[in-house]
Ligand binder design. Structure first.
Ligand SMILES: [Zn+2]
Length: 86
């Protein structure tokens, strides 16, 4: 698992762990299309104590995934973006 990530970093390419497609650049300056990155360090009261899971999810897979939730996710507007414009 970690070996795969090292290869991806070397290639300077992010891969969606769900669909396997590359997360493409949004601009020619090397900024990626937005995606979800999760790093989860499992603790003592889990069955994965000491494991650190890391993965990326593209926006398309993210939308598909959260729509399977029984309770809808909470979506807020990030007003800090507008503060920087003033
Ligand atoms: Zn995907």
């Amino acid at each position: 698992m970690y070996h795969i990530e090292e290869v991806q970093d070397t290639m300077n390419e992010k891969i969606c762990n769900c669909c396997g497609r590359p997360i493409k650049y949004a601009t020619s300056t090397g900024v990626y299309n937005d995606y979800l990155h999760i790093t989860k360090s499992w603790g003592y009261f889990s069955k994965k104590d000491l494991n650190v899971d890391k993965f990326n999810i593209c926006e398309t897979c993210y939308d598909r995934w959260v729509h399977t939730f029984k309770i809808p996710i909470q979506t807020l507007i990030d007003e800090n973006v507008f503060k920087n414009l003033e």
